[in-house]
Each structure stands twice: as structure tokens, then as C-alpha cells.
Design a protein around this ligand. Sequence first.
Ligand code: GDD
Ligand code: MN
Length: 377
Amino acid sequence: MADIAPVRLAAPPAVSVVVPTRNEAENVRPLVEQLREALGATPAEIVFVDDSDDDTPATVTALSERDPDGVRLVHRAVGERTGGLGGAVAAGLAAARAPWVVVMDGDLQHPPETVPALLAAGRRNRADAVVASRYRTPGRVDGLSGGFRRLVSRASGTLAKVFFPRRLRAVTDPMSGFFAVRREAVDLGALRPRGYKILLEVVVRSRMARVDEVPYTFRPRAAGESKASFREGVRYLRHLSLLRLAATRHPVSPLGRMTGFALAGGAGTAVNSAALWALGEVAGLPYLLAGFLAVQVAIVWNFAVIDNLVMPPGEHARHRRFGRFLLLNNSLTPVHLGLLFGLVQWGGLHYLPANLVAIVVVFTLRYAVTSRWVYGA
Ligand code: GDD
Ligand code: MN
């Protein structure tokens, strides 16, 4: 008679470590060893979510055969790799079984020794998430090779904080790929990951109330190479504006919208001047033509800001919104000049105060017509 296989009654793990991997064959084994060492007796599972074309899945499978509860592999076939790095992390969060989930890279740039500190901070402070930060002392950015990447990292983080000042108040490293979350605090159904910045996605879309941090030093890569690229940078900007839009869809008050209009318009005058300079001085166009084109550039700028960040999209398709916006804004210049003329000619005002009145009237008109006619709000 054949042996009956023993039933494994594995206790549910206390911690799931989710590791996204793409071509990290040489790194996974040392990572598993170092994680085990760091976690000691804590019952933990390590879930690799893999999009590799190299030996990574085979290496993980070999580790998993020896320890099926401790090491798991979610391999995504070529057609299933949606959302890149962020999509892989979201899949890992969905597969995780423990109440706390640690997300970290598979290339040993995130030190496994920091994992216990992340978990301890989460439990001690009753946080929903704990971010491992390179920018909180004594954390360091050793692994960011070169001044340029450091600058990009800082600038992207600052931008995220400008977009989400309240939600990221306690976060010095919003770009971190190393963090712990309470699984129940994550709204999995709300996630729309795109690319690298999964922490932002999780914190913003799940509306997490309490986010804490612990410092760590980002180490140089153990082996292989970074998959970050210029394309990921562009993807990040799009990601950020989509996040902002989703977060503002309902609650933006009319006052907030008006402020958004005013800020976009204010910055638009700088865009207009820069475009005028480039078209006039560099391209050598006649100044009236350059002036007309510079206005169009500023209108495009205004539309991009307002459409992505300020207004909920409403019922019209984007190209229709853009068409109406362009038409409306081009018609407002004659209105402005007509008003100025009327106030001076028949209102007896000096043209400088008259112009201020015209600015206020046209601004209000522009806001009202854009809200109704372009966005149907
Ligand atoms: N599954 C999957 N799919 N994994 C991916 C993908 C993908 O498309 N792209 C990258 N990875 C994995 C890598 O194999 C690695 O384990 C991890 O995600 C990080 O990728 P790197 O290419 O090494 O990124 P980095 O070192 O430049 O930047 C990382 O660390 C920064 C600091 O925490 C990222 O996590 C950044 O988001 C983070 O700011
Ligand atoms: Mn890396």
C-alpha cells in the first residue's frame, strides 16, 4: 500500500514578504537566506511575483520545493504582466496570507535586517503602513548611482508630496519600494497600479490614515541591473496625475477649483512668456505671429493642468473638451479687449484699473463657462 502523504497543517504566517522580480536569478537565494536570518522564529512566507525571462522562476521553484509554505512563486506569463512592477506587487498583496505584508525588492538593495524594524513600528504605533525611508536619518542613498538619479529621486518625491500634502505628511520617501502594510488596510479592489510607484498607489487609493517610517540605507545592487528608465519616469508623471484626479473626483469644492484655475493661469503667463521668447528670439517669427502661437501654447498648458488635476472629466470625450477649451479661450481675448474699451470709453475709467476689472470679469466668465460647457459640472 502506498504511503499516505502527511497532512500539513501549517499555521498561517504572521508576515508575508512580497518580492517582485524580473531577472534576478542570482539574487533570490541570498535574499531568502538573509530574510530567514532576519526574521528568526517569526512564521513568515516569502511570495515572489515574477515576470522574468531568465532562471529566476526555476530558482524560486527549487527553494519552494524544499519549503512549500515558506517560499511561494506567482509567475506571470508574458501576457499577464500588467502594471509592471506595481502590478506584480498588487498581485502579491492579493496572494499574501498574513495580516502584515512587507514589500521589498529582490536585488538586495533593500536590507532584510530592516524588516523586523518595519514590523515592530507598525505594531507599536498602530499604523496602517510603515515606509522604509532613505531620507530619514540615519538612512542613506548609497545605492542610487550618480547625482542624476539622486536628483530625480528627490524631485519625484517632492512632487508627490506637493500633490498629496496631507496623506504624505509623515513620509519623507514616497518613492520607496520598501514598506510594510496591514493587509486589511489595503483596498485591493481600488488599486490601478502603473509601473514603479506602488507605495503611492497603496497609500493614496486605500486612504490610509496612519503611515509611519523607519530609516534604512539603500545599498548598491548585489547583481544584475536596474530596470528603471526614462519611460518609467514619464509613466510616473501620468500615474501621479491619475491618482490626484481620482482622489479629487468628488471632494473638490468650487473654491478649490477656482484656485486651481487661478494657479494654472498664473503659471500659464510664465509659459506664455517662455513660448514667446522661443518663437520670437530663437525661431525668429514676427512678434504678432509669435504672440498668437504663444497664447495657444499657454492654452494647451492650461488645459493639461485643469483637465488632469482640477476638473472631473464629466460627460465629454477628451478631444471634445480640448476643442471647446481652445475655442472658449480664444474667444475671450476679444471679450477682454472689448470690455477694456467699453470701460475706458463709456465708463470713464483709466485703462490700468479698467484692465484689472476686465481680468476679474473674464476670469469669472472663463471659470463659469469652462465648468458648465466644457465639463458639464
Ligand atoms: N515582477 C516584476 N515585474 N518585477 C519587476 C519589474 C516588473 O516589470 N520591474 C522591476 N522589477 C523588480 C526587480 O527585479 C527588483 O526586484 C525590483 O522590482 C526593483 O527594480 P529595480 O530595477 O532594481 O529598481 P531600482 O533599484 O531602480 O528602484 C527600486 O528601489 C527604489 C528605492 O526603494 C524601486 O523599488 C523604486 O520604486 C524605489 O524608489
Ligand atoms: Mn534595484
